[in-house]
Design a protein around this ligand. Structure first.
Ligand code: 26Y
Length: 821
C-alpha cells in the first residue's frame, strides 16, 4: 500500500521490526531460532545503517547544491567507541527500538553489548576527534574526517599477576557493518626514489618525484549522523593495499614468493596503531603511516574540488583542513608538492592557498612528545618533501630575519630544521608556519603555547594564536552512557533540549537545594555504582560497596598524570588504619583504569603497584572493607561509558602545566562526580564554571612549578622532612606489597626520591589535606548531592558542540548547511 513505510527507511515500530527480521534473514541468512548473538547484533546494525544511508545521500546532495565549505579533520586517530547505541540516540529511536526488541523477544542490552568498538586511537586526542565528528554533524557543518583504517587498533589490556599484558585488538574479525568499502576511491602513494627536473609538455621547467615504491590507499567510509538533525558527515579511513601490478612484475621473473612478500609489506602500513602517545625515534613505519593518510586525503580533496569546480585556485574557499596535532603536518609539504609538481601551480600561489587551507591544534607542551624526524630518514623516504621543506624554510627564515635583524639565535630556534649531530625536521614548526591559525586546547594551555613553546612564533604572528577549550559529546557521555541521569535531568528541566544545547543544564541550579531532587539524584548515582560494581566483580572478582565513595582515576598511565600520587594517599590511609584501627573513616573504593604504552616501563610498574596495594588492602582484616582498591582492566570507550556514571570523585591530579586540557575531567563532572584537581588544563575552567566552593583544589600552580624548577627541586629533602611521606615510600620498599620483594618497586621509588620530574613529593602534603576535606564533605550527604547537582548544572560549557561552534566561527569560517530531516 502507498502508506506502508519503506523497510529500509521507515521509523515506526512496525517498520523497524519488519526491517530487523528482513536484515536478519537477507544479510545474515538466519532466522530467530538459530541466530547467534552476533547475528542479532548485525541485523540491528544494518537496520540502523540503512536509515543513516538515506540521510547520508540527502546530505551529500544538499552539500553539493550548496557548494558548501567543508571542514576536513585530519587525524591519525579516531577513538570512536561503539556505534549502535549512539546512532539510536541520534536518530531518536532508542525507546522505540527497545520496545521493538521486547516485542520480538530480543535482549536489547545483550545486542548492544555485542558490538566490538573501533579503538583507533590512544586516548584524549583520538577521542576528541570522535567527539568533534559527532558535534560537526550535530551543528550541521559539512565535514570529512580523514584518518587510517588500522586493522589492529589500540591493544586490549588484560591484567595478569598484577601486570599489564597486551593482546592484539581484532575489531574487524567479525566484520564491520558500519563501513562501506570504496575500492574505486583509491590513490597511489609513493615512497623513496629520487627527484629530478624535466621539461614539461607546456614548455615549463618542472620538478618531479620518481618514487621507488608505490602502494595504494583505498577509502572505507563510515557515516556519522548528527543528533536530531538530517546531517550525516563522512568519516573516510584509508587502508593500504598493494597495487595489482605488484604480482605481474614479479611473476614475469618467476619471483612469486617475492611478489606476495611485497604485497604484505605494502599492507603493513595500515596494519597497526602505534600504542604510544609519545614519539619513538626512528620509527620509519610511523612516518610512512603519516604520509600515507595525508597524501590519500589531499588527493581526495583535490579530486572532489576538481569534480565540482574545475580549478584549484579556489581550493581554500572550498576546504579548510584541521591538523590534529603534528601527526598530519606533512600535509603542508604534500599539498605544495601536489599543487606545484602535479598541477603546475606557481610557488607563490601554492603557498598562499596552502597556508589558507591549514589550521593546527597543539595538544602537548611536553618536549619529549614533540615530533621530529631525522633529515636522513626524510630524505630516504620523501626526498621531494624534504626539498620543499627546505624551500619553505628559506622563505620563512628570511621573513624572520627581516622582522628581527641580527638575531641569529632566534632564527636557529625557529628553523624547521634542528641543527646538530643529527639534523631533524621539526614537525610542530612546519605546522605553525604552514597554517593560518594555531590553537591550544584549554585556556591555560593556549597561554603557555604562546608564552613558552611557540613564543618566537607568537612574537612574529600574534594574530595566528587562538584558544578553543575542548569539549565532549553530551550524547555519548550522558544520554547513551547514563540514561537514568539523562531522564532525571529531562524530567527536572521539563524538556530534553539540553542534549543539543548543554548550556540549558543551568536550569538545574534552581533545584540544587530541592531535597527530593537530591534524593533522586543519589538514587541514580547508587544505581549506576551498583551496575558498575556488578560488571567489575565479574571482570576482576573485586567486590565494591555502592555505598562507599567511588574515587576514580581513569586515563592513560603517565608519570605526569601522577597515578602514583593517588597511590601514596591510599597507602597513607592504610597506615592510619594500621595505627588506629578503630578510627572513623569514610569508606572509599579507589578505582583505577588506563593503559600504559607497552614500552613505558615505569607506567607498567605503576599498574603493578596499584594491583599490589589492592591485594594487600582488600584482604586486610583491620581495613575490613573500609577501603577497597581496584584496577579495572581494558579502559576503553565502552568500559569508560560504564565507569563515568558511577564516579563520586574524579581524580585530575596532573602536575600543573603538563595536562594540555583533559577531557575525562569533563566526562566525570558531567555525570555528577566532584573533582579533586590541580590548576591544570581545563580543570582551571571547570573550577571557574562550577565555583571554587564546589571543587577540591590543591597543589602548585604552573608558575610555582616553573619557579621551583628554576630554583632547583630537591625531592630527597622532602622525603626526609616529612615522616609520613617517608613512611609511605618506605612501606613500598619494605616489600610489604610485594610479598617481601624489596627491589620490585625500587625503580619507581628511587626515581621519586632522586628525580621526581613531576613533583609528586612537592604536592603530596597538599593532596592529603585536600583529600581530608573531601572526606569531610562526603560525610554531609545532602550537601554532597547539592554540589553534585551544581557541578552538572554549570558544566554546559564543556560540550563539544560549543567547541565546534567556536572553531567554525573563529578559526574555520564555515557556515552550517542544514539538511532536511
Ligand atoms: C607522536 C605520537 C606517538 C603520538 C600519538 C598520540 C603523540 C601523542 C598522542 C596523543 C596525545 C594526546 O592524547 N593528548 C591529549 O589530547 C587531549 C585532547 O586535546 C588533551 O585533553 C590531553 O590533555 C592531551 O594529553
Amino acid at each position: 500500500s502507498p502508506n506502508r513505510e519503506h523497510t529500509r527507511t521507515g521509523m515506526s515500530k512496525e517498520a523497524l521490526k519488519q526491517a530487523y527480521i528482513d536484515n536478519l534473514f537477507y544479510i545474515q541468512g538466519r532466522f530467530r531460532e538459530v541466530a547467534t548473538s552476533h547475528d542479532l547484533y548485525m541485523a540491528a546494525a544494518y537496520t540502523v545503517r540503512d536509515r543513516l544511508l538515506a540521510r547520508w545521500v540527502k546530505s551529500a546532495q544538499a552539500f553539493k547544491v550548496n557548494r558548501a565549505r567543508t571542514v576536513c579533520y585530519l587525524s591519525a586517530e579516531f577513538l570512536l567507541g561503539p556505534h549502535l547505541a549512539n546512532n539510536l540516540v541520534n536518530l531518536g529511536i532508542t525507546k522505540i527500538s527497545q520496545e521493538s526488541a521486547a516485542e520480538l523477544e530480543l535482549d536489547f542490552a545483550m545486542i548492544l553489548e555485542e558490538e566490538e568498538e573501533p579503538g583507533l586511537g590512544n586516548g584524549g586526542l583520538g577521542r576528541l576527534a570522535a567527539c568533534f565528528m559527532d558535534s560537526l554533524a550535530t551543528q550541521c557543518i559539512p565535514a570529512i574526517g580523514y584518518g587510517i583504517r588500522y586493522e589492529f587498533g589500540i591493544f586490549d589490556q588484560t591484567i595478569e599477576n598484577g601486570w599489564q599484558v597486551e593482546r592484539s585488538d581484532t575489531w574487524l574479525r567479525n566484520g564491520n557493518p558500519w563501513e562501506i568499502p570504496r575500492p574505486k576511491i583509491c590513490f597511489p602513494i609513493g615512497f623513496g626514489g629520487y627527484t629530478e627536473q624535466y621539461r614539461h609538455a607546456d614548455g615549463s621547467l618542472r620538478h618531479r618525484w620518481l618514487p621507488s615504491l608505490e602502494i595504494n590507499g583505498v577509502a572505507y567510509d563510515t557515516p556519522i549522523l548528527g543528533y536530531g538533525v538530517g546531517n550525516v558527515n563522512l568519516l573516510r579511513l584509508w587502508k593500504a593495499e598493494a597495487p595489482q601490478s605488484f604480482d605481474f612484475q614479479a611473476f614475469n621473473v618467476g619471483d612469486y614468493y617475492g611478489a606476495v612478500h611485497a604485497k604484505i609489506e605494502a599492507e603493513t602500513i595500515s596494519k597497526v596503531l602505534y600504542p604510544n602517545d609519545e614519539p619513538e625515534v626512528g620509527k620509519e613505519l610511523r612516518l610512512k603511516q603519516q604520509f600515507f593518510f595525508v597524501s590519500c586525503s589531499l588527493q581526495d580533496m583535490i579530486r572532489l574540488h576538481l569534480n565540482t569546480v574545475g580549478s584549484l585556485d579556489t581550493f581554500a574557499n572550498k576546504f579548510v583542513a584541521q591538523l590534529n596535532d603534528t601527526h598530519p603536518a606533512l600535509a603542508v609539504a604534500e599539498l605544495m608538492r601536489l599543487f606545484i609538481d602535479e598541477h603546475g601551480m606557481a610557488w607563490e600561489q601554492a603557498w598562499t592557498i596552502t597556508r589558507n587551507t591549514f589550521c593546527y591544534t597543539n595538544h602537548t607542551l611536553l618536549p619529549e612528545a614533540l615530533e621530529t624526524w631525522s633529515v636522513a630518514l626524510f630524505e630516504r623516504l620523501l626526498p621531494r618533501h624534504l626539498e620543499i621543506i627546505y624551500l619553505i624554510n628559506q622563505d620563512f627564515l628570511n621573513q624572520v630575519r627581516e622582522k628581527f635583524p641580527d638575531d641569529e639565535t632566534r632564527v636557529i630556534r625557529m628553523s624547521l630544521i634542528a641543527e646538530g649531530e643529527q639534523r631533524r625536521v621539526r614537525m610542530a614548526n612546519l605546522a605553525v608556519v604552514g597554517s593560518q591559525a594555531v590553537n591550544g586546547v584549554a585556556a591555560l594551555h593556549s597561554e603557555l603555547v604562546k608564552t613558552t613553546l611557540f613564543n618566537d612564533f607568537y612574537d612574529l604572528w600574534p594574530e595566528k594564536f587562538h584558544n578553543v577549550t575542548n569539549g565532549v559529546s553530551p550524547r555519548r557521555f550522558m544520554v547513551v552512557s547514563n540514561p537514568r541521569l539523562a531522564d532525571l535531568i529531562s524530567h527536572t528541566c521539563g524538556h530534553n533540549d539540553w542534549i543539543r544545547d548543554l548550556s540549558l543544564l543551568r536550569h538545574l541550579e534552581h533545584h540544587a537545594d530541592d531535597v527530593e531532587l537530591q534524593q533522586r539524584w543519589r538514587e541514580v548515582k547508587i544505581a549506576a555504582k551498583q551496575d558498575f560494581a556488578n560488571w567489575l566483580q565479574q571482570q576482576t572478582g573485586v567486590v565494591l560497596d555502592p555505598q562507599a565513595m567511588f574515587d576514580v582515576q581513569a586515563k592513560r598511565l603517565h608519570e605526569y598524570k601522577r597515578q602514583h600520587l593517588n597511590i601514596l594517599h591510599i597507602i597513607r590511609l592504610y597506615q592510619r588504619i594500621q595505627q588506629n584501627p578503630n578510627q572513623e573513616i569514610v569508606s572509599r573504593a579507589f578505582i583505577f583504569g588506563g593503559k600504559a604504552a607497552p614500552g613505558y616501563y615505569l607506567a607498567k610498574l605503576i599498574i603493578k603497584l596499584i594491583n599490589a596495594v589492592a591485594e594487600v588492602v582488600n584482604h586486610d582484616p583491620l581495613v575490613n572493607g573500609r577501603i577497597r582498591v581496584a584496577f579495572m582492566p581494558d579502559f576503553n570507550v565502552k568500559n569508560g561509558q560504564r565507569l563515568y556514571p558511577a564516579a563520586d570523585l574524579s581524580e585530575q591530579i596532573s602536575l600543573a602545566g603538563k595536562e594540555a586540557s583533559g577531557t575525562g575531567n569533563m566526562k566525570f563532572s558531567l555525570n555528577g562526580a566532584l573533582t579533586i584537581g590541580t590548576l591544570d588544563g581545563a580543570n582551571v575552567e571547570i573550577r571557574e564554571e562550577v565555583g571554587a566552593e564546589n571543587f577540591f583544589l590543591f597543589g602548585m600552580t604552573a608558575a610555582e612549578v616553573t619557579a621551583k624548577q628554576r630554583e632547583g627541586y630537591r625531592p630527597w629533602e622532602l622525603y626526609h622532612a616529612d615522616p609520613e611521606l617517608k613512611a609511605d615510600i618506605d612501606l613500598i620498599n619494605s616489600g610489604h606489597f610485594s610479598r617481601g620483594d624489596m627491589v620490585l618497586f625500587r625503580p619507581l621509588t628511587d626515581h621519586l626520591i632522586n628525580h621526581d620530574p613531576f613533583m609528586v613529593l612537592a604536592d603530596y602534603r597538599a593532596y592529603l589535606e585536600c583529600q581530608a576535606q573531601v572526606s569531610t564533605a562526603w560525610s554531609d550527604a545532602a550537601n554532597w548531592d547539592r554540589m553534585s547537582i551544581l557541578n552538572v548544572a554549570r558544566m554546559g560549557k564543556f560540550s563539544s558542540d560549543r567547541a565546534i561552534v567556536e572553531y567554525a566561527k573563529n578559526i574555520w569560517n564555515v557556515p552550517p548547511v542544514t539538511v532536511e530531516r
